[in-house]
Design a protein around this ligand. Structure first.
Ligand SMILES: NC(=O)c1ccc[n+]([C@@H]2O[C@H](COP(=O)([O-])OP(=O)(O)OC[C@H]3O[C@@H](n4cnc5c(N)ncnc54)[C@H](O)[C@@H]3O)[C@@H](O)[C@H]2O)c1
Length: 294
């Protein structure tokens, strides 16, 4: 017997999808995790420019205060901050509570907080794996669990999960990061399928190199995470690569705003992404071992 799976993921929803594409962002509410730096901060600025109210959240209280303090003279209480470690499900639920209390709604959630540890797989530690997956994967899951049911119940919403090009292909020396980003792509696709018939949209952002501090991991890594010193050099050369070749965070934020408006699932920032992902499937189809990455 074929099991029946509800098209709407089991949710009751009042308004069919399509009526709720969030074209007019003015006056709407966004919550961004990992918002005190890089891509998260650029999304915050882009949303504020669109006239949205934005709740910035980050584990780094000092950086968060500094950014909220920088933004509020211009936008007033449309920008506010909540310290939140996305690895803690209760903290993410508290973030959702605060956002709803403050604004009465949340229309856009960006599960953006992430960390970028690098190095040879054989030189990684169990603690690094745990930390990477707790932030990059469970952090996204916690956001989905805390926000998506309320968005469905409210009849509107859009969730942007920040994966990476590394969620669609792999490089040597970024195995742990790539594994975590593959998980984000997988959970985002499943979430899209389950929410397809609800009023809540899902996007999956897969940037290639963007000029941010992502590879300066020492600044965000908790003390309990032990690492092999041999990985410092890899981490340093990846940071230099981002400085040399990374695109501006504002370009990424523009793509995100467009994707939310258009209710588009895949959000790419570089022309190279689709061809490198396609090559993996060409290997697969041809029965070849993985072709070397460019
Ligand atoms: N920069 C790139 O080239 C690139 C490419 C693809 C994907 N990404 C992804 O973009 C996202 C944003 O990264 P970025 O490049 O802007 O780096 P970033 O280091 O500038 O910003 C990441 C932010 O996340 C915060 N953070 C870290 N751990 C956290 C936690 N446990 N809870 C809450 N916040 C936490 C940091 O304090 C920081 O403010 C990440 O998910 C990253 O994997 C970045």
């Amino acid at each position: 017997m074929t099991p029946t799976v509800p098209r709407n993921g089991g949710y009751d929803y009042a308004v069919p999808r399509g009526n709720l594409m969030i074209e007019d962002l003015n006056g709407r509410v966004a919550v961004v995790t990992g918002a005190a730096s890089g891509i998260g901060l650029a999304m915050v600025e882009a949303f504020l420019t669109e006239g949205m109210n934005v709740v910035l959240s980050d584990v780094d209280a000092g950086a968060l205060d500094a950014q909220v303090g920088r933004l509020t003279p211009e936008v007033g209480d449309r920008a506010s901050g909540v310290v939140c470690d996305v690895t803690d499900p209760d903290a993410v639920t508290a973030l959702a509570d605060t956002a709803w209390d403050r604004h009465g709604a949340v229309h856009v959630l960006c599960n953006n907080a992430g960390v970028g540890p690098a190095g040879a797989m054989l030189d990684t530690t169990a603690a690094e794996w745990r930390w990477t997956f707790e932030v990059n994967v469970l952090g996204v899951a916690h956001g989905v669990l805390a926000f998506a049911p309320r968005m469905v119940a409210a009849g509107a919403g859009h969730i942007v999960n920040v994966a990476s090009q590394a969620g669609l292909m792999t490089n040597a020396f970024l195995g742990m990061y790539a594994a975590s980003k593959h998980a984000v792509v997988g959970l985002s696709e499943a979430l899209y399928r389950e929410l397809e018939a609800t009023p809540v949209g899902v996007s999956c952002l897969c940037p290639e190199l963007v000029s941010t501090a992502i590879f300066d991991v020492a600044r965000v890594r908790p003390d309990w995470v032990d690492v092999h010193e041999s990985n410092d050099a890899t981490q340093g050369s990846l940071a230099e690569l981002l400085d040399d070749r990374g695109i501006g965070t504002d370009l990424v934020a523009e793509r995100v705003v467009d994707a939310v408006r258009a209710d588009r699932f895949w959000v790419f920032t570089h022309d190279v992404t689709v061809p490198v992902a396609a090559r993996r499937f060409e290997d697969l189809q041809a029965g070849r071992n993985p072709t070397a990455a460019p």
